[in-house]
Design a protein around this ligand. Structure first.
Ligand SMILES: [Zn+2]
Ligand SMILES: [Zn+2]
Length: 311
């Protein structure tokens, strides 16, 4: 009789775990699959900082390339979107906080936040304003270390990091930062991956961008969708479908030639030639998240946001 109670508890716990509500599943940030995809770039400079073209010329070029939205992100300077003709695009106010430490974007800003050596103070000020922060080009400079992994681990409150920054193609270091992204994600930090041009002249346009899924074509609507993770980053591959059911993810990209599924610390879990990939996660073996990359012609890649395993 003394064994009866613990045995009953174990049986009860096992029965609860078998209920559908307790099953592990993937958490998708793509919550509005019927909404349109909007193309945009969050990182571009004008003559208001070290860009070579005036704000209107920059806006004209992106509009001409078919972009839906743009953020003029001058260094420590808020370029007022109302000062230019948007040419049909949504202009998101913001800037690149640059002095005194690692660079970061303040997206959908209402005001200029003063740079502070203590970047957590800056992130807290952004959180108290509107919009969100993106840590920029972590692997810029000859040490591939503009922003150290330890700093990214320590800071809190940023929405994501640039996993591709176009201008670093022609500067020292790496334009990619999926190495740091996977290490942050493996630790359970929920950060999204962004691709940007960081354009300073017209040779830096259309290199990396984001595709945001939202029916709300306003600065707030687009910024909120990015904060939720309803977007992917790309250098040329167009993703047509990201569907999640239980522990299974399926991604399709019409102009892809190969797709891969990655888990924590960059471990490849599945690979497929062609336009689509399907993978069912084994939470015990695969870890706390999975993410998909799609490869197209040349060096083009699309990065789908991580799907976290929820128990
Ligand atoms: Zn920068
Ligand atoms: Zn920049």
């Amino acid at each position: 009789m003394r064994l009866f109670l613990p045995v009953a508890l174990v049986l009860c716990a096992a029965a609860l775990c078998a209920l559908p509500g307790f099953a592990a599943e993937l958490e998708s940030s793509y919550t509005d699959p019927s909404a349109p995809w909007l193309r945009g770039n969050l990182h571009t400079h004008t003559t208001n900082s070290d860009g070579r073209q005036a704000p209107q010329a920059v806006v004209d070029e992106y509009a001409g390339m078919g972009y839906d939205f743009l953020m003029l992100s001058d260094h420590d300077q808020l370029t007022d979107p109302a000062s230019v003709d948007p040419k049909g695009m949504v202009l998101i106010p913001g800037n690149e906080i640059s002095a005194k430490g690692p660079h970061l974007l303040h997206v959908n800003a209402t005001k200029k936040i003063e740079p502070d050596r203590d970047r957590q103070k800056v992130l807290d000020a952004i959180a108290a304003d509107r919009g969100f922060a993106v840590m920029n080009h972590p692997n810029w400079t000859k040490n591939y270390n503009h922003c150290d992994l330890a700093v990214l681990e320590q800071l809190n409150g940023y929405a994501g990091i640039e996993i591709f920054n176009g201008v670093i193609l022609v500067l020292e270091g790496s334009e990619y930062a999926t190495d740091k992204w996977d290490r942050l994600l493996a630790q359970g930090k929920r950060v999204w991956g962004f691709a940007t041009d960081d354009s300073h002249d017209n040779g830096h346009r259309g290199l990396g961008w984001v595709m945001v899924q939202t029916g709300d074509r306003t600065p707030d609507g687009i910024a909120d969708a990015m904060r939720r993770g309803s977007f992917y980053a790309t250098t040329g591959v167009t993703v047509d479908e990201i569907s999640v059911e239980g522990l299974t993810v399926r991604v399709r990209a019409a102009n892809a030639q190969k797709l891969r599924v990655f888990g924590p610390l960059g471990r490849m879990l599945a690979t497929a030639d062609g336009q689509e990939i399907t993978h069912t996660v084994n939470p015990e073996k695969d870890g706390n998240y999975v993410r998909v990359e799609a490869y197209g012609a040349g060096s083009s890649i699309a990065w789908v946001q991580p799907l976290f395993v929820k128990n």
